[in-house]
Design a protein around this ligand. Structure first.
Ligand code: C2E
Ligand code: CA
Ligand code: CA
Ligand code: CA
Length: 275
């Protein structure tokens, strides 16, 4: 019998074959959805913990299929990255988000997620600035959220990209702060505007002494360096109260509101001002 060649060496089981086929199908549906600009954006309020007023909204991508089911961004963003679609997708999403944000009161910030992969794209600043120019959304109202892993691939290039955005007035937030590595050394390298404390620390900081110390330490770093801190995933009044007591300025989470479609933002804001 003929021996297996290199191509068939790695057990190509029916299960693997099915997974691969499903993945390719999802990828091609995503490609279509991106091309047709069918990926939607929802918005979640960023709230000042002292007085409950609104600092801005974070744009969160939503992909709803024809059958009504939806694919979460944790699933489709990595697929978009691997399929080379992330840059196109991100431009579509930013354009949508900026158009929506232009209808908000002019003091509000638009927070927008950038994938770590995009931080190696030297054209990223131009792409973002082009959308700002096209939509007329002011750079100083845009806050770009990047995770620490964005610095892993090519630190120098990432710093260059961030520097060029900052020069134009774009704000920079470090997302999921505390979960990556080398966080502290990076903070000294360039000015950031905001540290977002990862939800995993907020989820049980009231019951875990260790988590409480981490949250307190991050808030202290922020206070020391003059960088605002934002707690992700605030779900209870008690968490809100304790975070405020620690000196954390901003919060985001189901306690305030879940991410909502663009057309609900106005109603939400109106509800806050006349209770
Ligand atoms: P993230 O940037 O850390 O976004 C926060 C996530 O926490 C969102 O999940 C939000 O819905 C969820 N969340 C907010 N408040 C609470 C809460 O009180 N409790 C709990 N359990 N969860 C809360 P979502 O929308 O599923 O997004 C997941 C991740 O997908 C985001 O994490 C972000 O990394 C990525 N993502 C979403 N939209 C985009 C996008 O447009 N571009 C890129 N590159 N990534 C995106
Ligand atoms: Ca984020
Ligand atoms: Ca986050
Ligand atoms: Ca996250």
């Amino acid at each position: 019998a003929k021996r297996n060649g290199p191509a068939s060496c790695c057990a190509y089981t029916p299960e693997l074959r099915r997974e691969l086929a499903a993945r390719l199908a999802t990828e091609s549906r995503l490609r279509e959805a991106v091309a047709a600009d069918r990926i939607d954006v929802h918005f979640q309020p960023l709230v000042r913990l002292t007085d409950g007023s609104i600092h801005g909204f974070e744009a969160l991508a939503r992909w709803k299929l024809e059958d009504g089911s939806s694919v979460p961004p944790d699933v489709f963003i990595p697929i978009a990255e691997e399929a080379g679609l992330i840059s196109d997708l991100s431009t579509h999403l930013l354009r949508r988000a900026c158009r929506t944000a232009l209808t908000w009161p002019s003091g509000l910030i638009l927070a927008f997620n950038i994938s770590p992969l995009q931080l190696v794209d030297i054209l990223l600043p131009e792409r973002i600035l082009a959308v700002l120019a096209e939509t007329g959304f002011p750079a100083h109202r845009l806050s770009v959220e990047i995770t620490e892993s964005g610095f892993a691939a090519d630190l120098e290039r990432a710093l260059d990209i961030i520097g060029r955005l900052r020069e134009q007035g774009v704000r920079i937030a470090i997302d999921d702060f505390g979960t990556g590595y080398s966080s502290l050394s990076q903070l000294a390298n360039f000015p950031v505007d905001k540290l977002k404390i990862d939800r995993q620390f907020i989820a049980n900081f009231l019951t875990s002494d260790k988590q409480m110390k981490i949250v307190r330490a991050i808030v202290q770093i922020g206070l020391g360096l003059g960088i605002a801190t934002l707690a992700e995933g605030v779900e209870t009044e008690e968490e809100h109260r304790r975070l405020r007591a620690l000196g954390c300025q901003l919060g985001q989470g189901y306690l305030f509101a879940a991410p909502m479609p663009a057309d609900e933002v106005a109603t939400y804001l109106a509800g806050l001002s006349d209770p």
